[in-house]
Each structure stands twice: as C-alpha cells, then as structure tokens.
Design a protein around this ligand. Sequence first.
Ligand code: NAD
Length: 249
Amino acid sequence: MLLKERVAIVTGGAGVNGLGFATARMLAEHGARVVILDLPGANPAGAAAELGAGHLGLAADITDKVQCDAAARAVLERYGRIDILFNNAGITQPRKTLDISAADYDAVLDVSLRGTLLMSQAVLPAMQQQQSGSIVNTSSVSAQRGGGILGGPHYSAAKAGVLGLTRAMAREFGPDGIRVNAITPGLIATDIIKGKLTEERKGEIASDIPLARLGRASDIAGAVVFLASDLSAYCTGITLDVNGGMLIH
Ligand code: NAD
C-alpha cells in the first residue's frame, strides 16, 4: 500500500470518465482516503460513494476562495490532515486568438490557474504544520507545444501558468517537506474530448504518437500516484510528461 492512511483531495474528480475520478480510484486502491471535490451539479458525493466507504465528496467551486478554504476545513475536520492535493479540475474551449472574449479568458484561466492557486493556498498551512505533503498540478502538452488538439491559446496560457506556479511553489515549500509537481497529459480519451473528434481524426492523431494510441485515464492516474507517493520522494518542481511520446523534448 503506497498511500496507507494518506488523505488526498482530488479537484474535478466527480466525472466517472474523467482523469480525476480514475485517479481518485487508484489513490483509494493504494490505501488513501480520498476527498472528491467538484461542482455541486457534478455530484461529488455520489462519486465518492462509488469509491466505497471512508471517502468523502464535497461540493465546491475552486474559482472561489471562500469555498476552497471551507472545503479544506471540512477535510481537516473529518480526517485531521491533508497529505495530497491533485489539482485536476480544468475546462477548455476551442477558440482562435482573435475570438477569445474577456469572459472566455476568465472562465478558462480561473479554473486551471486561479483554482490551482486557491486550492493550494487552502491546503498549504496544514501541510506546513505536518511538514509534509504532495501537490500535483495539471498542466497539458498544450502548454509545451503551443496548443494541443482542442484548447485555444488561452488554455495553453493557463496551463503554462500552472507550470510556473508549480515550480515557484516547489521552491518556496521544499524546506517544509512539501513537494509540488506537474503533469502534462497528451490527448486522453475523456468527456473533455467527447464529440469533438471523429474516430478518423483520432486514428490520424494516434498514428503520429510513438505509443500509437490516445492516452487512457489510468495512464494519468498512475503518474499521479507516483508523484503523490514516496516513490517520488526526491522529485519536486518537475514536469512529468504523460503523452505517449507525442512530444519528446
Ligand atoms: P473533464 O471535463 O472530464 O473533468 C473536469 C472536471 O472539472 C469536471 O468534473 C468538472 O465538473 C470539474 N470542474 C470544472 N470547473 C470546476 C470548478 N470551477 N470547480 C470544481 N470543479 C470544476 O476533463 P478531463 O479530461 O478529465 O481533464 C482533467 C484535467 O486534465 C483538466 O485540467 C484538463 O485541462 C487536463 N487535461 C486533459 C487532457 C485530455 O486530453 N483529457 C489533456 C491535457 C490536460
């Protein structure tokens, strides 16, 4: 059991086909008590119940500081500690630069970048008190190659911002025994791409990937379990590419 007695929060974890839920399930399989945090309409309590007994679902909008802080307090009241934060929630929009409105910009940056900062701020004091913790932030291959397949430039910018935030927090909180790392998924088959790519287009994309397939949610879950656990005890500030070789750099 890599994560026995560890308490893990997964943001955006309620969608059963998403990267968050797949990761929540793998964290639980490795012994963690998992808190699934998501928007109320996504039914985080229902998703947590699917993991079995001892896990928790919390409704919160991670773009709102008050809700992030309240969620962290609720986790501490229930479990007394927070060991792992997987900042997974994110939204994307297929826009060209000249079509990005102020509202589009706010929507995309607020969830990925502001939400990552706010949730980190909410859990860091408890991790500092413990003198241990692991935060895993979700960037994207889109940040590295200047656009993925679906997201617009504001999505690339938000995810590039996540990398900068990750590295700066890693420096700041390393002395407290808190590790902060990022994953950069390639194209993973979840609801975020549902209906947006034809099977033919998916085949074309897969043929350009060295591992010759799109990613699976479990591919991401494995990378996050590694970063959350002591297996990665000497890794902080790193960017772990989980892209099948789509981008090798
Ligand atoms: P998804 O759409 O299936 O899941 C996103 C989850 O975030 C949903 O459950 C949604 O309810 C939640 N969410 C959205 N706004 C929120 C808010 N304000 N507060 C709390 N929760 C909120 O997406 P996914 O494919 O599982 O992606 C997960 C993460 O991985 C995202 O950050 C995404 O940008 C990133 N990513 C995905 C891919 C891919 O190919 N699927 C590639 C690179 C990066």
